[in-house]
Design a protein around this ligand. Structure first.
Ligand SMILES: Nc1ncnc2c1ncn2[C@@H]1O[C@H](COP(=O)(O)OP(=O)(O)OP(=O)(O)O)[C@@H](O)[C@H]1O
Ligand SMILES: [Mg+2]
Length: 257
């Protein structure tokens, strides 16, 4: 099985190469923590995976569908992926309630010319809000919520269409320790019980080491996937940078021909 395979991916933004070579394969439902310094290209890589940024070269395979740099990103693949953008790039001061924010997860991703919501949308919203413990704030304006509540609402937004892959850009920023553990336990359950795959960006090394199945290290234009079980010494792990001879997981993917 392939969940996500990336092969020889090259991504440029504004004429500058951000990812010069990324090759990795996620083969089973997993919690993957994406880690790397500011400006390394984590957000750019995630945006490329969901088709918001077009690669210069290489290919991405999501389950059975191969997306080459030369082709249009398939809409049916986009429906399989829930995306939570990095908090600091969004202006949520608009007077929208938590409920409206969550529902917008369906509208944005289906990209319909007319908005047609599922008949049971209220039920869907309540169900996901209850699972995340934010059912009591659905009627409140997003701006009125605490940082942790906001992150949970944005997570609910990414989940509302029941995607098989969740791509979450720094979902734990501005979140207190209790909410952080709640969110991580929730995500781990999604992987273990529902077979979803979660890619999560964080700068928290402890999260990377204690909660992930894999660590995707983005640095120096490269993205390399490591099994978390193989990473014993956090400090030396972070000091290293992707080098071919240090790869723990064979990088060459046979799935992206
Ligand atoms: N739209 C854009 N136009 C020009 N340059 C961009 C654009 N988006 C990102 N970049 C540049 O690409 C590089 C990678 O940015 P990216 O946001 O992917 O990094 P990141 O690893 O997510 O960083 P952070 O940890 O700060 O979120 C940075 O040098 C950034 O300035
Ligand atoms: Mg980022």
């Amino acid at each position: 099985m392939v969940v996500i395979a990336v092969e020889e991916l090259k991504v440029s933004v504004g004429g500058r190469t951000i990812i010069s070579e990324a090759t990795f394969t996620i083969r089973e439902p997993s919690l993957v923590v994406v880690i790397g310094p500011n400006g390394a290209g984590k957000t750019t890589l995630l945006k490329t995976l969901i088709g918001l940024v077009k690669p210069v070269h290489g290919c991405i395979r999501i389950f059975d569908t191969i997306v080459h740099s030369g082709c249009r990103y398939p809409r049916h693949v986009r429906k399989l992926i829930g995306y939570m953008p990095q908090r600091d790039v969004i202006n949520y001061a608009a007077p929208l309630t938590a409920r409206e924010i969550i529902i917008s997860g369906i509208i944005e991703n289906i990209a319909m010319p007319r908005i047609v919501l599922p008949k049971n949308i209220d039920e869907l919203v309540l169900d996901i809000a209850q699972r995340l413990g934010v059912e009591n704030v659905l009627g409140k304006f997003f701006d009125e919520l605490s940082g942790g509540q906001q992150q949970k609402v944005l997570l609910a937004r990414a989940l509302i269409k029941n995607p098989r892959i969740l791509i979450l850009d720094e979902p734990l920023s501005n979140v207190d320790e209790i909410s952080r553990v709640e969110i991580l336990e929730f995500l781990r359950d999604l992987v273990r019980r529902e077979g979803k795959t979660v890619l999560l960006v964080t700068h928290d090394v402890e999260v990377a080491m204690n909660w992930s199945d894999y660590v995707l290290l983005v640095n120096n234009g490269r993205a390399v996937l490591y099994s978390s079980k193989m990473v014993e010494d956090v400090d030396s792990f972070l000091r290293q940078y992707p080098e071919k001879d240090r790869r723990i997981i064979p990088s060459r993917s046979p799935y992206c021909a």
